[in-house]
Design a protein around this ligand. Structure first.
Ligand code: NAD
Ligand code: DAU
Length: 341
């Protein structure tokens, strides 16, 4: 099996490559990544010299380039992934998340090979009551979510029209090692350690269903190997938490692990203007993947959060390098209005 993994220099893709190479020693992996602001070869440095791993810098929007590669399956992680950035500028989201996926579908069609599209629970929109199942209507609310939903619809259409072997996973909020510091959990950790204000959007009571990244990787593994063509599989942690609770739990952990004063850390919490179109709650039902494929999350939230804080404490140079570069320009642009400046 020669798998083309796209976006493997990002957060989930890099964790997945490490997982698949150790779980399937007879596979060979091509990691194709454009190395956008979110792609970082340091995330996957330990695989650099592995005989079954090869990195290629490239863009999934470049269909001729895709045609030159040799593979017999695709798992697509490549995306513009941050909701707030899609509000500032949606163009790169439509390019990569829609046109890029169309190119990958075409490349899979030519080879007659399996393609797994890594999607998100955000395509269901805000789930005010109950849980979203794979049958729930698609109702995306941010440009990011709309671009991911568009890709899901394209993947579905290629399965129906061309009988292609396409699978879709829709996962909830991931956390863990190598997550880019723009996302809530690493942002809170890095701001707390630097003594900077911690921006909490709106009233802080929005709910997300958090899952440890390695559990998501195991879900993709299960769907890729045992899923049925044309099907969608939700993967979630059954772990709904309000944002403000996460922030407080993280600050408590940081105080315990570093000896910093907990009250001073809590004083950093700053309620700021809300994200436009901010979905109130995501909550998905993972019964299908659990029942049909025998997958279930293995890492509890307390354990996963503690691992994550430990990882960011012991990889300070990794995230300090990121937030000292052009990231700060983005941060100022994004948060100026949020802080009411
Ligand atoms: P990320 O932003 O950390 O990584 C994205 C990677 O894609 C980067 O390495 C980037 O360089 C690469 N990339 C971007 N545009 C590209 C292009 N045109 N060609 C090739 N490579 C390109 O994202 P992530 O959090 O690891 O998310 C991975 C996937 O999982 C995305 O599709 C996202 O929608 C989905 N997802 C994420 C979460 C989450 O909580 N982070 C949850 C569910 C689903
Ligand atoms: O649900 C899956 C999705 O989870 C993925 O598809 C996306 O790629 C991923 O980015 C994530 O989207 P969210 O918007 O939920 O993640 P984010 O970390 O940006 O925000 C989590 C929650 O925290 C959300 O309710 C907004 C809030 N938030 C976020 C930031 C960055 C804050 O209150 N303050 C912040 O500074």
């Amino acid at each position: 099996m020669k798998i083309l993994i796209t976006g493997g220099a990002g957060f989930i893709g890099s964790n997945f490559i490490r997982h698949i190479i150790s779980a399937y020693p007879d596979y060979s992996i091509i990691n194709l990544d454009k190395l956008t602001y979110a792609g970082n070869l340091e995330n996957i440095k330990d695989m650099e010299n592995h005989p079954d791993y090869r990195f290629i810098k490239g863009d999934i929007c470049d269909r001729h380039f895709l045609g030159s590669l040799d593979f017999n399956a695709i798992i697509n992680f490549a995306a513009e992934s941050h909701v707030d950035r899609s509000i500032l500028d949606s163009f790169p989201f439509l390019q990569t998340n829609v046109i890029g996926v169309q190119n990958l579908l075409e490349a899979a069609k030519i080879r007659g090979c399996r393609l797994l599209q890594v999607s998100t629970d955000e395509v269901y929109g805000s789930t005010e009551k109950g849980l979203s199942t794979e049958e729930s209507p698609i109702s995306p609310n941010s440009p990011y979510a709309a671009s991911k939903a568009s890709a899901d619809l394209l993947a579905r259409a290629y399965h129906k029209t061309f009988g292609m072997d396409v699978l879709i996973t829709r996962c909830s909020n991931n956390y863990g090692p190598y997550q880019f510091p723009e996302k809530l959990i690493p942002l809170v950790i890095s701001h707390a350690l630097a003594g900077r204000p911690i921006p909490v959007y709106g009233d802080g009571k929005n709910v997300r269903d958090w899952i440890y990244v390695l559990d998501h990787c195991r879900a993709i593994d299960a769907v890729f190997h045992r899923g049925n063509a044309g099907e969608v599989y939700n993967a979630g942690g059954k772990n709904e938490v309000q944002n403000i609770d996460i922030v407080k739990r993280l600050l408590t952990l940081i105080a315990e692990k570093t000896g910093r004063d907990k009250e001073s850390l809590m004083d950093l919490i700053t309620f700021v203007n809300d994200r436009p179109g901010h979905d109130r709650r995501y909550a998905i039902d993972p019964s299908k993947i659990e029942g049909e494929l025998g997958w279930t999350p293995e890492t509890g939230f307390e354990e996963g959060l503690a691992n994550t804080v430990d990882w960011y404490l012991s990889h300070q140079t990794w995230w300090e390098r990121i937030i000292s570069g052009e990231y700060m320009d983005y941060y100022k642009m994004q948060y100026k209005e949020r802080f009411g400046e």
